[in-house]
Design a protein around this ligand. Structure first.
Ligand SMILES: [Zn+2]
Length: 353
């Protein structure tokens, strides 16, 4: 009998991990586990299905932003039970990375244990780190005030939009910042544990010179339940595989440009330069942009100001609404679209191998 799509979803990090490992065991996938040094009970899990010595590899990753885990985990769960996993083209390995930021997954936060947004952490730390956007200091004092008052914060944000336009606001927010460890979109001061283990996982396939693809699953941007493929670099082959749904460079409804230190940057620098490489973010819309923004800002504020438990819980609920909705329609749309994109990718890969 066909499973109800929402049945692929778990309610928590712990049950998501259990479902993931059970589904992988059925397929006899090769399992590696990495424990977070600060808490051994929290792990990143890697399952490899397919070729032992692959010529091409597809990575499907979840939970870089912890609060976004359950969507990615549900898609992985569905794919591990998909018939195509028993019929992979010869030479292809599919690597599922589960809960890259296990602290954030467990506590329902975007950031990791050091308040780092991991999607700003994949820098070359030997180089000069990017300077903040010109509006960064002003914006951050508005959204991380001494006393929480979101209405007032929004007035300040609106003034920035009036003076500089919404594009500059978005740029100031999403570029990330490397100066305030208590601030939002903080990229860190060194390579984080999740960054290191992800690169270790990719490095294991350094000899692969065929096709090497990363699909990193996220939530929070775009139309509700829609899964948009975002990429900071050209994806001609991706357009061929994923059809018209991939926005052309000039018609992206939401953009990933101007962000530094993304997982895609780290990925592309780690693979064999001879390989044909593609990294994309599969991003599922949830709530309106400003609702998600409020949840992120409030979650940052309660932790930055050591607020009491009831406020932490309130932030947690807001994060859940904004990044991991519980309604069945959303869940169905997410697993169906996730399945579609991954199947298209495997079929695309098999056509070029
Ligand atoms: Zn995300």
């Amino acid at each position: 009998m066909e499973n109800d799509a929402s049945s692929y979803f778990s309610e928590s990090y712990s049950s998501a991990r259990q479902c993931f490992l059970e589904a992988a065991a059925d397929l006899r996938g090769l399992h590696r586990s990495y424990s977070l040094p600060q808490d051994n009970s929290l792990t990143f899990d890697e399952i490899t299905i397919g070729a032992n010595k692959p010529t091409s590899v597809l990575f499907v990753n979840s939970g870089l932003h912890g609060a976004e885990l359950l969507a990615g985990s549900a898609i992985q769960n569905k794919m591990l039970k998909h018939p195509i996993m028993h019929a992979l083209p010869e030479g292809l390995a599919v690597v599922f990375g589960h809960a890259l930021n296990p602290y954030g997954c467990y506590y329902g936060r975007r950031v990791n244990e050091n308040n780092v947004d991991l999607n700003r952490n994949f820098l070359d730390w030997e180089q000069i780190i990017p300077s903040p956007h010109a509006l960064n200091a002003r914006l951050h004092s508005i959204i991380n005030p001494d006393v929480w008052n979101w209405k007032e914060s929004l007035k300040g944000v609106d003034e920035i939009v009036q003076e500089h336009g919404v594009g500059q606001l978005q740029a100031a927010l999403q570029r990330g910042q490397y100066i305030d460890p208590n601030g939002i979109f903080y990229g860190g001061a060194q390579s984080e544990w999740s960054n290191d283990i992800f690169i270790e996982m990719v490095d294991r396939h350094k000899s692969v010179t065929g096709h090497i693809v990363l699909i990193d699953i996220h939530t929070g941007l775009g139309g509700r339940g829609q899964g948009t493929i975002l990429s900071g670099h050209k994806t001609a082959l991706g357009r061929e595989w994923w059809g018209l749904d991939v926005p052309s460079e000039d018609k992206k409804p939401i953009t990933a440009e101007g962000i530094t230190g993304t997982i895609g940057c780290g990925f592309r620098q780690s693979v064999n330069p001879k390989a044909t490489t593609m990294s994309v973010c599969l991003e599922f819309g949830t709530v309106k942009l400003f609702e998600a923004f409020e949840a992120l800002a409030y979650d940052n504020w309660v932790h930055a100001h050591n607020r009491p438990e009831n406020e932490v819980l309130k932030a947690n609920n807001m994060m859940c609404e904004s990044f991991s909705p519980r309604d069945k329609v959303w869940k169905r749309d997410v697993v169906n679209r996730g399945e579609e994109v991954i199947v298209q990718t495997i079929e695309g890969l098999s056509s070029v191998m």
